[in-house]
Design a protein around this ligand. Structure first.
Ligand code: HGA
Length: 611
């Protein structure tokens, strides 16, 4: 979703900006544009709805040649995807702005600026930034100083890049809730929302932190922090293969992708949270209006994505009070479905090309659903193209066939959906959204703590190497986590694994339990803990070996035949995301011990584009 590229150099920068946009295309967008301070001394722009290639063609016909410029790929949140709404936005002829994110107080600012005589030419929230900045410049004169004053009046999330024909010696930028990175060159410097966009011009980067303002000139970079204090940010140098399709220090892509989870969860949250709320428009400009009408949710997905949907059902009903059904796509598409009025149809897919999910979406269009929403990791996919609304997860490229980081980012997306629906419909309990927004902000750190247990889980894996069957148990929202744990183990270690809701144990599977059947359980510290503990006693009484991933406050400890791995404490709602991590690590290390082809397990494919 959305991308920013900027450059200040001694050479023509248009091709660099375009190449940067192309490198960000995979995120998904609906229009693109570029503004350049040309060698003729004017600020000029070209914008196009559709693909960067169309912008490219337009620029071939009307070249913009200059040494200072900004460019953008837009994924509309405020105003339809069309040329008029595409970035860069101008105020007058001398000031251009590109923006990622959402300005929540845009309506109030728009009214104020209109009253001051500013004329709006787009429906975007971004245009208010351009005019507000132009207004501040009248008194403050200096672009950097005016930007500092402007951001003080903005509520919401933004990554901003600005150029002015009056001060063409610099590119200025601001970050709050939407990432920006400065690319350092020799006698030239760059800016982007993701370093990937700049890898063709530099390998040295400086990441802006929350609240930072930057002034980037050809031969210098100055940064001020949220309190206005001049600061230095560390410059990092990457080797050739950072973030590319290389395993780096990791033995397998799967392990690399497991360890990327704090970063990609962080990215999935970026630009989608304000201080205390989820920004509903992150789901698209029509989302607030549509969400207000939703009375039911139908989720359809396959495999790991289906498990994400199962977790979401617990969240949607518990937090937002919205009835939710979840079904595997291959079943849904072939049965006669009764659709409740005002039902939002939600699909989940990493690739956005999963054949059954896509077919289910196409069928759903005939069935009278209110609207369709895709939670997907690939912006240029059929699922995204064919859905009314989209939330792109930002997991980056996932190469391991067994999905890991795509799953946890889907969960984050589904929790954002739950809070958005609850917010718009006014069904959340007081304070819940603010608490969970704060917890979501802390989530990457918690995931990092869970990943630090890597070597503990590696030891536990030894218990499985000679086993042929395993049982995974969970209660509540941990039941789908147990299902996902069992699926991972099956997929890559070829050990037969089944998941059960722990309460179902004595209704059948207990008959299988003996000392050859390890039982894996996830036990956060919630109101179901005592019931779960009783289930575990039932297993121990039959000689079953227990592996329990338990909250550090759950009061569980190692005993004969019981191996307890203490997990960092986390808010119960977020526990399915955290407890997924040790189960991923467990299946990974069991597979390594068994010597299977971890990244490309037998008989399986990454993107299931056939039925
Ligand atoms: N809210 C702005 C920018 C959205 C965005 O981040 N797009 O990529 C808009 O709707 O133009």
């Amino acid at each position: 979703m959305c991308g920013i590229v900027g450059a200040v150099a001694e050479r023509n920068i248009t091709a660099i900006l375009l190449e940067g946009l192309k490198r960000l295309e995979y995120r998904g967008y609906d229009s693109a544009g570029v503004a350049v301070f040309t060698n003729d001394g004017i600020l000029d722009r070209v914008r196009r709805p559709g693909k960067v290639s169309e912008l490219d063609q337009a620029l071939a016909a009307t070249p913009l040649i200059g040494r200072l410029g900004i460019a953008h790929t837009r994924w509309a949140t405020h105003g339809a995807p069309c040329e008029r709404n595409a970035h860069p936005h101008f105020s007058g002829q001398n000031l251009a702005v590109v923006h990622n994110g959402i300005i929540e107080n845009h309506e109030a600012l728009r009214e104020q600026l209109k009253a001051q005589g500013y004329v709006f030419t787009s429906d975007t929230d971004t245009e208010v930034i351009a005019h507000l900045l132009a207004h501040k410049l009248k008194d403050l004169h200096d672009l950097t100083v005016a930007l500092k004053a402007t951001v003080k009046e903005l509520h919401g999330a933004y990554g901003l890049a600005v150029i002015s024909a009056d001060q063409p010696d610099r590119l200025v930028a601001a970050r709050s809730g939407s990432p920006l990175v400065i690319g350092l060159g020799l006698g030239e410097n760059f800016l982007a929302s993701d370093q990937l966009a700049l890898r063709q011009v530099t390998d040295r980067f400086m990441y802006l932190e929350e609240g930072d303002i930057a002034e980037i000139r050809r031969d210098s970079v100055q940064i001020w922090d949220i309190d206005g204090k001049a600061v230095e940010r560390e410059a990092v140098q990457y080797g050739d293969n950072a973030e590319s399709a290389e395993k780096g220090e990791y033995r397998h892509f799967m392990l690399k992708e497991i360890h990327e989870q704090p970063t990609v969860v962080q990215r999935t949250l970026e630009g989608r949270l304000s201080q205390q709320q989820v920004l509903v428009q992150a789901f698209g400009p029509e989302a607030p209006e549509l969400f207000a009408k939703v009375r039911n949710v139908q989720i359809v997905a396959c495999g790991t994505s289906y498990h994400a949907g199962m977790v979401a059902r617990y969240w949607l009903e518990e937090l937002a009070g919205i009835p939710c059904q979840v079904e595997v796509a291959s079943e849904f598409r072939y049965r006669k479905v009764v659709v409740q009025p005002d039902t939002l149809f939600v699909t989940i897919s990493q690739s956005g090309e999963t054949a059954d999910t896509l077919a289910a979406l196409r069928n759903a269009k005939e069935l009278g659903f209110l609207a369709s929403l895709a939670i997907c990791n690939v912006g240029i996919s059929s699922l995204v193209r064919e859905s009314d609304l989209t939330l792109l997860t930002q997991a980056g490229r996932e190469i391991g066939v067994a999905s890991t980081k795509a799953f946890t980012t889907q969960l984050v997306g589904l929790l954002l959906l739950t809070l958005s629906l609850g917010q718009v419909r006014g069904t959340l309990a007081p304070g819940v959204e603010a608490t969970l927004v704060e917890e979501l902000r802390r989530l990457p750190t918690r995931l990092g703590e869970a990943l630090a247990m890597d070597s503990t889980v590696e030891k536990i894996a030894e218990l499985f190497a000679d086993k042929n069957h395993t049982l995974f148990l969970g209660r509540g929202a941990q039941y789908p986590v147990a299902m996902e744990g069992a699926l991972k183990l099956k997929e890559i270690s070829y050990i037969h694994a089944e998941a059960y809701p722990a309460g179902e144990l004595k209704h059948g599977p207990l008959a299988l339990v003996d000392n050859d059947m390890p039982v894996v359980t996830v036990a956060p510290n919630n109101e179901l803990l005592e019931k779960l503990k009783s289930n575990l006693q039932e297993v121990r009484a039959r000689g079953g070996e227990l592996i329990v991933f338990a909250d550090e406050k759950a009061g569980m400890s190692n005993g004969e035949g019981t191996h307890v791995v203490q997990m960092p404490h986390i808010h119960d709602i977020l526990s399915p995301i955290l407890y997924t991590i040790p189960l991923q690590l467990l299946s990974y290390y069991v597979a390594v011990l068994k010597g299977t082809d971890v990244d490309q397990p037998r008989n399986l494919a990454k993107s299931v584009t056939v039925e």
